[in-house]
Structure formats: C-alpha cells, structure tokens
Design a binder for this molecule. Structure first.
Ligand SMILES: [Zn+2]
Length: 603
C-alpha cells in the first residue's frame, strides 16, 4: 500500500482546480445524469450495464459505481475516462475553467515518448497538407473542388482539411527534414513502402481529412480521391495509436453538443459532417468507413439518449442502418433511422434543401427503429405466399417483444393485425410469450452471474462480520460528522481491525487536525492507492442518519474495540500456550482460547 501526498503541483492550486470544477458538471459532459434525491445517477462509463448504478454526489463531490466499484473525485474520474495521469487530469480541468497553472514539470507523461513523437509527426503532416491545399499550385484543383461543393474556408480551417501532393517525394522530403526516421514513419503509417523499397505517401493526390482520437490528437487521415480513382475513400491503416472501431470522426468537437441535446446524428461520410457543421447542426459524428462497432455504440450510448442513423438512401445504406440499429437496439439505445430520398446522401441533401428542411423533413420525422425494421424485413419475404407471411408476422412479434413500453407493443401489434388481417389478440399473445422467454433467459443469466461473482470475489459474500460493518459505518459517520473524529481518535486511535480502514482513519485524523473539517474529495487526492480511493468513496456515499445517534456510535466503538482487544488477547493466549511446559496448564489455556473465539463469533 503506497500512501503519498500529491506532489509536483502545490496543494492550494489543486484545491482551487477541484473547487472550480463541479463534479456533476464535469461528469455530465461524459455521462447522461439524472437527479434522484440528493444524488445523480447514470450508466457507468467504466463497465457495461443496462440499469444505472453509477452515482454522483454533489455535496461530497464524489462519484461511485455500485456495479464495478470504481469511485473517487473529479480528478479520479478524468484520469479514468481520459486514460491520463493525475497531473494531466489537473491540467485538463484547469484548462476547462480557464485557470492558469504555474508551469509544471512532469516526469511521467501520459503517453509514451514514441506516442508523443507520433502525434508531432501527424501534426506536422496536417500542417503541410493544409498549406498545400490553401496556398500552393499543387492544391489548386482540390481547393476548387471543395469550393464547388460549398465547403467554406472556415470549415477547411476548422477541420484542418488538406491536400496530399501527387509527387510523394515532397511528403517524404518534408518529413525527413523534420528529422523523423523512415522506419518510424512507416511503422505509424505516415508513409508506405513499395516493392521497389521506395517510400510513398499513401494519400498522394487526395484531399485529406485528419482523424483525431478521443483526446483531440491527430492519429490518422481519411483521403478522398479527386477524380475517378478507386477507392473513392481511403483511410490510414490501423497502427498502435489508431483503431478505427474505437474512434468516431468529429466526436471530440461534438461531444458537448451531443450531451446537451441528448441526441446524436451518425453519418457515414466525412463530407456529411462538414455539411452539417456548415448548416449549424453541431451534434454530428461519422464512422470511419466501417460498420458501427460495439465500442462506438457504447461511446454513443454514454453520451446521448437518442441516436439517429442518417446513412445514404441506397441499398448499402439501408443494410448498414439495419446492422447498426440492431447493435444499438441491443444496448437499449433509443435508435431512429432517418430516411433520405433515393440516391441522396446527407451532404447532397443539405446542399440542395438546406438545414431547415433537413431538420424538419429528415431528422424530426425519422423512424423509430421498429418501424424501419418492419419495412426492412418485409423485403426478405415473399408476401404473396401464406407461410412466408406467417413467418414475417412471427419475426415481427419476436422483435416487438423487446419493446419495453406496452403502449408501443400494442400500437405495432395493431398495425400488423390491420395489414395482414389477422386477430390483434393473437399477435399480442405471441408477443407476450416471447417476452416471457426473454425474461426467463435473463433470470438464468443473473443467477449465473451471481454465482460466479461469489466464486471470484470474496468481498461480495453476503456475510460481513459485525466488527467490519461497525468500522465501515463509523468511518462513514466520521466523514459526515467530522466532530466525531477527535473522539474516535482518543478512543480507538488507529486500532481499526481492517488494514485499509487504518490507513483511511490515519488520513482522516491528519486532515481534521489541519483544517477542523473533512473534504472527502480532498481526502481522495491524498491517497495514491486506487483500491483505497474506491473504499473511501464507497464509505463516504453510505447513507448516514439525518441526526447523529449517540447510541449507535457507542455501539460501533464498542464492537471495534472489543474485536481488537479480543484479537490481542487471543494472540497473547496462543503465545502463552506455546510456551507452557505443563500439559494441564496448557490445556486450560486451550479452553480459554476456544471460549474467547466463541465469544468473538457471537458478538
Ligand atoms: Zn461501473
């Protein structure tokens, strides 16, 4: 167990950054939170779940997940979610509230040295390509093309669009001038090698769209051909720092808007995102030329309640919508499918009809997934044959069974009944049967999970010894009613029975001596060990009584003390027993030990 005070950044500055970044506001930028009583709840971003067990308490400035056990203060949250270190988390939050930090030297950057170099190389290349597009003869045709498609200069700057020269040597020379070794550039996919062992720019002759990771660092490019070259679109191949399935184009820029609107529009193309940006529709992202992945679905789910898929209006677009919809639907996201007129993509539509029409005619009237599903599936059956029609209706009943709302289930059942001239009652019965089956499957799953949990993790055992329970409750009360701390310090000192509790109370005593109050969030910062942080937040978020109950506190103290004195007495007796030469006396000691153990158990 390592206990360490936060070093490097002066404590009063850390406190200032913490004070200015309200935990509910910060977490809301990542997780959809709903208020319930004095706490806020949401779906945990750190483990997969369907019902919210992630809770945030404003008063104590803490978060805790009852599902996976993660918890801490605002810094811990940022560290976890952004996957950065403590110092970087402080810097990020300082920047968030425009607080100037004294320059800090950190000896532990959050990315490896090599990764930092990769970011620098991509940054240089972004600037190089952009310069060529905007100011050089090389990029003239590309610039004209973008202008013809209505892309403004502001958009070009905002999305850092560029042009990669037809002549690869220009790119290679540029990067070499910047002192990047060729093997490094190939490894991280900035350059390709040919059979003749020449180095070439993979995007030569294309308009390039820098792709940023979730922390806003460019890690790849998308390239669009100017003429008829195939493929029309090309992405950087994956490398150590670039995984297509984990990134959404424009997510970094859009995240705050998505959260605010509680809705996100997903496109397939980079140009769709640009067109939406120009139409002042900010809550948009795009997949990177691949089908929506599980990870991307999770990312969307964590940020918005409603996901609107707005793919091209052709056959491929329909299939992609269907598949992405299935994935999101399984995760209980409210999915809608936007329908574009035949052959148009969102970019075309926006240019032709403008943003007002896009909002009114496409987004606002987008179909609930189930409606889309019914239409989509219909095409797979031959409706002029009886048994095909029946199979279709059964297929639909199965899907409708997944809807949580009874009103919705009945609404669609009625539609189906009308369309196929069958009894509504029969369809509803079918649906309810499927529902029963789903809920039975779920129950089986739950029992299984519970059993395996107990098996893996002893801490979830239902039985908690009374003295441990007393220690937990007492610490929770010490946090809620700091004036208790002095008394506990005199009566128990650090003689708590659980080692983690010993560490925690030591910190509590120290903090109380310093400031005569307890700021749990500050306490979390003083501890370096992640497990202890989690225990602290867990304890701090236990419900304590509205008013202090003296009797209850006395009882806790008594239990803790007697457990520790009993334990000490037990040790003493065992020692004595070992040393006793006289067998009769030794047996007497043995009896005493048994009695003491019995007594401890019954407590
Ligand atoms: Zn969790």
């Amino acid at each position: 167990m390592v206990i360490e005070m936060s070093r490097k950044i002066p404590e009063e500055i850390v406190n200032e950054v913490r004070a200015q970044n309200d935990i509910v506001e910060v977490i809301s930028e990542y997780v959809q939170l709903t208020r319930r009583g004095r706490n806020y709840f949401g779906l945990c971003p750190f483990h997969e779940e369907k019902t919210p067990s992630f809770s945030v308490e404003q008063e104590k400035q803490l978060f805790h997940c009852f599902g996976c056990g993660k918890g801490g203060n605002v810094f811990t949250f940022i560290q976890e979610i952004e996957q950065i270190n403590y110092v970087d988390a402080i810097q990020l939050l300082a920047k968030r509230v425009d607080l100037e930090l004294p320059s800090i030297r950190t000896d532990r950057p959050s990315y490896s040295k090599e990764a930092e170099q990769v970011f620098v190389a991509y940054d240089w290349l972004v600037k190089f390509y952009q310069h060529l597009l905007k100011y050089s003869e090389h990029g003239k045709e590309a610039l004209k093309y973008l202008q013809k498609r209505g892309i403004t200069e502001e958009t070009i700057d905002r999305f850092q669009l560029g042009f990669s020269p037809h002549d690869s040597d220009l790119t290679v020379q540029f990067l070499q001038q910047k002192q990047f070794p060729l093997p490094f550039l190939v490894k991280h996919r900035l350059l390709n090698t040919t059979d003749q062992e020449r180095h070439v720019d993979p995007f030569r002759g294309r308009i390039v769209f820098p792709i940023e990771n979730l922390h806003g660092k460019s890690v790849a490019f998308g390239g669009r051909a100017l003429g008829d070259e195939q493929p029309k679109y090309l992405n950087s191949p994956e490398h150590q720092l670039f995984h297509k399935a984990q990134i959404l184009y424009n997510f970094g820029n859009a995240r705050a808007h998505i959260r605010k609107l509680n809705e996100v529009i997903v496109f397939e193309g980079y140009l769709d995102v640009l067109a939406a940006h120009q139409a002042k529709i900010p809550n948009v992202v795009a997949t990177l030329g691949t089908a929506l992945s599980e990870k991307q679905a999770q990312l969307l789910k964590q940020t918005a309640k409603t996901v609107i898929l707005c793919y091209d209006g052709d056959e491929a677009g329909l299939t992609a919508s269907f598949e992405a919809g299935q994935l999101l639907n399984k995760q209980k996201v409210d999915v809608r499918i936007a329908r574009l007129p035949d052959g148009l993509d969102p970019d075309d539509y926006l240019r032709k009809y403008g943003s007002e029409s896009f909002r009114r005619e496409i987004i606002e009237v987008s179909d609930p997934y189930i409606t889309f599903f019914m239409h989509y599936k219909k095409r797979a059956y031959n409706m002029s044959v009886d048994h095909e029609r029946i199979r279709y209706i059964e297929d639909m009943a199965k899907q409708l069974a997944r809807l949580d709302s009874l009103i919705e289930r009945e609404f669609y059942a009625k539609e189906l009944a009308k369309e196929f001239e069958v009894s509504e009652q029969v369809i509803i019965q079918d649906i309810e049967q499927y529902r029963e089956k789903i809920s039975n499957d779920k129950k089986d799953n739950r029992t299984y999970n519970r059993n395996t949990n107990i098996h893996i993790d002893n801490s979830t055992k239902p039985f908690v010894p009374a003295y441990l329970q007393a220690e937990k409750r007492l610490i929770a009360h010490m946090i809620s009613y700091p004036h208790l701390i002095e008394r506990v310090q005199t009566e128990i000192g650090i003689h708590f029975n659980e080692p983690i509790h010993q560490v925690i109370v030591t910190h509590l005593y120290g903090l109380y001596e310093e400031s005569n109050s307890i700021d749990v969030s500050e306490l979390v910062d003083k501890v370096n060990d992640e497990q202890i942080k989690n225990v602290i937040t867990n304890l701090a978020m236990l419900d304590t009584n509205e008013e202090l109950n003296e009797m209850e506190i006395n009882d806790y103290i008594r239990r803790i003390k007697s457990e520790s004195t009993d334990k000490a007495r037990l040790r003493e007796l065992k020692q004595k027993q070992k040393l006793e030469k006289n067998p009769i006396l030794a047996a007497e000691i043995g009896m005493k030990i048994i009695e003491l153990k019995k007594q401890m158990k019954s407590l």
